[in-house]
Write a protein that binds this ligand. Structure first.
Ligand SMILES: *Cc1c(COP(=O)(O)O)cnc(C)c1O
Length: 409
């Protein structure tokens, strides 16, 4: 059977009925699993990495600075501080914002656990609020209801790459003198009212894990327009140690904060710089694929994330939410059938408060955040990455359609 570059096969090339899903005896459209995300590292990237590996710098070298400058240019933010992963970036951002024991930090349960975990690393308490059922991002009205005298920060998450309700949330934070931190690990390259993600909050956090828009293997960064915060973040990245404070004692350095070793290596930043050059083209490709998916699924009993006014997603994920009342099975049934189609489907996310650790620590029960919980029960993330071929995209659509039609009431 003829194969395309991404492993998908020519459609209808066997006699089997093309509309039959694999679980009902149909033929898979892919000869191997198509992952939900896949990074791209090309030969030129590898050559650039080799050059850096031959240089005198393995850890903090000139490429760290260059990568930070490129990031701040890309995101139109005065300062960028690169660190060893997105979780460290969150932790450093929270410490720089002064989050400390006894403080409350308002965030969404519909995120990766790291968003809330880093609040606990600071000894503070995460206070969850439910999501907007349309945009799937933190609900500004619920934030307002949960602000207390202990609230130190709001951490918003641009779920799937879609900027949250920044205008409303920013106004609330300003009114109550609270720091707004954007967990933008999904939304590098996204825009809100013509402004790129990076300057929409007081502090913005990025991840360069291979599933995200650009990768450094592991890596992350913190963006801010405050020189004071940027300085503090650089201290925190290196144990809270400041150097060069006594010119008469050239060896002198002093530890001023309890930081950590959150350094990223020079070769990771070499890769990051090369990846960043491709970001715009990759985000465009993601938007085109998402547009095609949206059109194709319009007539199916599924819904997708809705944008708030003037928000432009960079589509880290393409998530469908099944209208379960119209199915003869539950989400598990559809999920397993899509896996049998060789689609590397995933579920984003199990609401953070439902993880055993959070239930035990804070006594959370099912029903605490009904919008996030109901959404969790119905969502499936489909494959989406810039390297997908048009044929791959069409095959994902065909496979998804035939599974959904098969299970539709
Ligand atoms: C990926 C991610 C993180 C953590 O980033 P790492 O680089 O994997 O540590 C945090 N928050 C969200 C929303 C993420 O998607």
């Amino acid at each position: 059977m003829a194969k395309f570059k991404d492993g998908s096969m020519k459609r209808y090339s066997r006699s089997s009925h093309p509309n039959l899903p694999v679980i009902a005896g149909g033929v898979p459209l892919f000869d191997s699993l198509l992952p939900y995300a896949r990074h791209a590292v090309d030969e030129d990237d590898i050559q650039a990495l080799i050059e850096t590996l031959r240089s005198p710098f393995l850890t903090q070298g000139p490429h760290v600075d260059e990568f930070e400058k490129a990031l701040s240019h890309q995101c139109q933010t005065p300062f960028a501080v690169a660190v060893n992963n997105g979780t460290s970036a969150l932790h450093a951002a929270y410490l720089a914002a002064g989050i400390s024991p006894g403080d409350e930090v308002i965030t969404t349960p519909f995120t990766f656990a790291a968003t809330a975990n880093a609040v606990l690393y600071c000894g503070a308490v995460p206070v969850f609020v439910d999501i907007d059922p349309e945009t799937w991002t933190i609900d500004p009205i619920d934030i307002a209801a949960k602000i207390t005298s202990k609230t130190k920060a709001v951490v918003s998450v641009d779920f799937g790459g879609l900027p949250c309700h920044y205008e409303e949330i920013r106004a609330l934070c300003r009114q109550h003198n609270i720091t707004l931190i954007a967990d933008a690990c999904h939304s590098l390259g996204a825009e809100y009212k013509g402004t790129p993600v990076g300057t929409l909050a007081d502090i913005t956090v990025l991840s360069f894990h291979p599933a995200k828009h650009i990768t450094t293997g592991e890596g992350g960064a913190i963006l801010t327009s405050s020189p004071k915060l940027a300085h503090k973040l650089k201290l925190l990245r290196h144990h809270g140690i400041e150097k060069g404070t006594r010119p008469e004692e050239p060896w002198f350095h002093e530890m001023r904060e309890l930081g950590n070793n959150w350094r990223i290596t020079d070769f990771q930043c070499t890769l990051g710089m090369r990846q960043l050059k491709k970001l715009d083209a990759w985000v465009n490709r993601r938007r085109n694929i998402a547009k095609r998916y949206s059109e194709a699924f319009r007539h199916l009993p599924v819904s997708i994330q809705q944008s708030p006014p003037h928000a432009l997603s960079s589509y880290h994920l393409f998530v469908i939410s099944l209208d379960l009342s119209q199915f003869k099975t539950d989400r598990r049934g559809v999920f397993v059938a899509l896996q049998r189609e060789r689609l590397g489907v995933q579920v984003h996310y199990i609401p953070v408060h439902l993880h055993p650790f959070y239930r035990q620590r804070f006594g959370f029960q099912v029903g605490a955040f009904p919008v996030a919980e109901a959404l969790y029960e119905s969502v499936i993330s489909l494959p989406l990455f810039p390297g997908m071929t048009d044929n791959g995209v069409e095959s994902v659509i065909l496979a998804t359609e035939r599974v959904i039609r098969y299970y539709q009431k």
